[in-house]
Each structure stands twice: as C-alpha cells, then as structure tokens.
Design a protein around this ligand. Sequence first.
Ligand code: 4AD
Ligand code: MG
Length: 477
Amino acid sequence: MQLRTVSELLLQNINLPEVEVKGWVRTFRANRFIALNDGSTLNNIQCVVDFENTDEAILKRITTGAALHIKGELVESRGKGQNVEVNVTSIDILGDSDAETFPIQPKKHSFEFLRENAHLRTRTNTFGAVMRLRSALSFAIHKYFNENGFYYMHAPIITGSDAEGAGEMFRVTNLDAKNPPLNDEGEVDYKQDFFGKETNLTVSGQLEAETYAMSLGKVYTFGPTFRAENSNTSRHLAEFWMIEPEVAFMDLNGNMDLAEDFMKSILSYVLENNIEDLNFLDKRLQDEEKTKPQAQRNEMTLIEKLNFVTENNFKRISYTEAIDILRNCKPNKKKKFKYIINEWGADLQSEHERFLVEKHFKCPVILFDYPANIKAFYMRLNEDGKTVRAMDILFPGIGEMVGGSQREERLEVLKEKIKALDIDEEELWWYLDLRKYGTAVHSGFGLGFERLVMFATGMSNIRDVIPFPRTPQNAEF
Ligand code: 4AD
Ligand code: MG
C-alpha cells in the first residue's frame, strides 16, 4: 500500500484496490461519509465507512478535527460532487478532537473569530486557499528573479540604520532592564542597546541591497521588515514581508518596466497554477458582494481583475499631473475630498490614491517624480531641484503596493541632503563609500508582500493574509 495525498487521489481516474491516506476530518455524515482534508488541495476526499462492520467506539471518535489514517479501495464515486471516493477497510484514529470544544465547527465563522484562532484557521477552506496562494506567490517571486539573472541577498534583520529615515523602528536591546547603563543626564542610555551600540529591527533592506547591487549587479531581498507605526488600518502591519530588487546601471524608467513586468509575471503564475484556490476565493467574494448595495459592488470578479492587470499596461503619470487631475476633479456627490490639496508639494492621502486608480484610470497607476521634501533622503534629485526620481505603484482596492526610486549616486548631492535632514553622516559612512568608489546610476523598489497577497486573494484585511499578524493589538501566538 502507498500513502497518497488527497490531491493525488482526486486526480486518479482508475480504481486502485489498496490506498492509504492521512488527514483531518472536516465532516462526518450519517455515520458513513467522512470528508477528509490534508491541506494538499482545497477539496476533500470522501471516505465511505462500512458502519455496520465498524466498532461503535471508533465511529464515535470520527469527529470534526480528528486526525485519521485511512486504508481502503479507491473507486468511482456513486455520489455527486466527486469522481472518486475511498471505500474504507481500516481506520486508525491518530488524534482525537473533542467535537464540543473544537473551535472550527463545520459552519461559517467570522474572520474576527478566526483571527483569534489563528493557530487553527488554516483548517478552513478560505485560509487554506489563502495560505497556499501565499506560498505559490513566494515561489513565483523567487522563480522570476532567478530566471532574470538576479541574486537573492539576505539583508540583516538587526541593523544600526534607519533606511527610511522615518523613525518608525523597534529597538533591539540586550540591556539589563533592572540595571541599565545611564547617560550623563541620568537617563537610560539606549545608545548602548546592542552590546554598546544603538540598533533596531530593519524597516527595509534597501541600503544593504544597494551595496550588493554595486558589486553583483542585480539582486533582491525577500524578508521580514518591521515598522513601529501605531496605525490600525486594514493595510498596515508592524511586521510584514518585503521584496526589494536593486539593480546597477538602471534608471527610473527601467525600474518602472521591471516592477510592472515582475508583478504581471507573478500574478500570471498563480492564474496558471492555482486556479482551483482562486476560483474558490472568487466565489466567496461574489457571495459577499451580493450582500452589498449595487452601487458599492465591485465591477469585476477576482479572476477578471487578475486577468485585467496581467493583460493591460499600468498608467504612468507624474506627481504634478496627478495633482492637476485631483484639483480639477469631482470625486463624489459632495464633489470634494475630505483633505483638499491646495498646493503643489502636499502628500497624497489614500482617498486621492483611491480616486486615481479606482475611479479615474481604473487600472494600476505608477506615480513618479514626487516633491523631494515628502520622500526619503536617498532618492535621486531631478534637474529641477525640487522633485526626486521616486515612484509609487497604486493598485485598485489596495492603494500603495510598491514604493521605489532611482538612488542618488552623486556623493556631494547626497551629503548635502543628509546634512539638511540632520542625519548623522558618520553612521552612513559605508553607504557613502558606494558613491566614492565606482558610483553609478542604480534603482530599486520595495513591494509589500502582504498587499500583493491581498490583491491576489481578494481578502480585504491584511491580518488575514499573514499566518500570525503582528499589529498594535495582536502579538499572541
Ligand atoms: O514605501 P516603503 O516604505 O519603501 C521602502 O521601504 C523602500 N526602502 C523600498 C525600496 O525602494 N527598496 O515600503 C515599500 C512597500 C509599500 O509600498 C507597501 O506596499 C509596503 O512596503 N509597506 C507595508 N506593508 C504592510 N504594513 C506596513 N506597515 C507597510 N509599510 C510599507
Ligand atoms: Mg512608500
């Protein structure tokens, strides 16, 4: 006998006299039909129990959530909904599950409830599908970069630099809380956090990736990043995963081309390889849509949306053009935004970004050439002296998915910027070295992985696309 996954069994179209499968019970009906799932696919295999010849004590232990080892014969199914089923010859209960207390009952649970049971929520169809897609998207990302000549670089998690200069960092410390070192003012000396140095969890691997791009040419990072921003939205996490390619000799136009090609390619990958899970999530979403008033419903289904994005060009416009559109538009019945943009130079709020992608252009939008003073210190200053070669990619339903730029490669210009922002030049000595020894045009971007998973799965809360979400409220598990 050979142990097989549910996915393998469901693909068989011949009778097999002896099969073996292990999994968890989803439901047990009429003392006879077990729906068994092992995570290999969305679908369950139906296992038909010969209840007349099965011990009563065993039948009682076949409950939702229990782990079973089943042996039997794979035959054509007599019932509807599946091609094959297993006629059970032996059942071994590997692990009991108390039907009274098992949180995942065979019924619809709210996502809030499932978040509180994040350790068990992947036993539901929705979370099984989302997490299989998350895995497939990660694979597609590595595949894309591998096939396009990039090296995978592991940026450090503990670092002394604040890549974004936004001060949203979690400190890393080995200080003795009861007996910390004190500074001259008698306060705890955080500058000695990490064996005498000040360190934090990384907010981005970009600066380190730049050092590798300036020697290996094309690199990318894909790892966890941390932001200590106390924002409680459906799009922010304190710990999220980011993909950051960085390429030598590439300018901002090349950066936009790379980002667009990359995103289309990974979304095409899941359309080709994970259609079963996508169809399931699409159906779930369409059912949810039906509960909304007509005017608020999505115009496209999930699959239509994914196909649309992979088949159409992203719209590319400058910040200045976007401001012109936003100043002259009528966004809604009240004809105005909550936050009105009066002057050039203001940062866009999410209502503006949403208007541009969801109402005005109705497609992903790449905004570029932002005002220098609302962007990070490392971005390449344009010849106009007031804008930088930055780009943000905005997606319908998500908002900002990608942030990137061409980097300032000129030592003196970069030094001036660092000074103007009051950043300690000493701390960035190694970053400045790149501009001293063989500097060159280079660019890169950061894609928020969870926001991509949200788009690909149609899930509306970022907490539902990462296994154990870290937010100001949630650090359990
Ligand atoms: O725009 P950000 O801050 O850019 C950077 O960190 C650059 N260093 C990237 C680079 O050029 N290599 O972040 C990049 C992306 C955002 O567009 C967003 O998708 C995601 O990371 N992101 C978050 N995702 C979830 N939770 C948060 N708190 C996030 N902050 C940013
Ligand atoms: Mg950004």
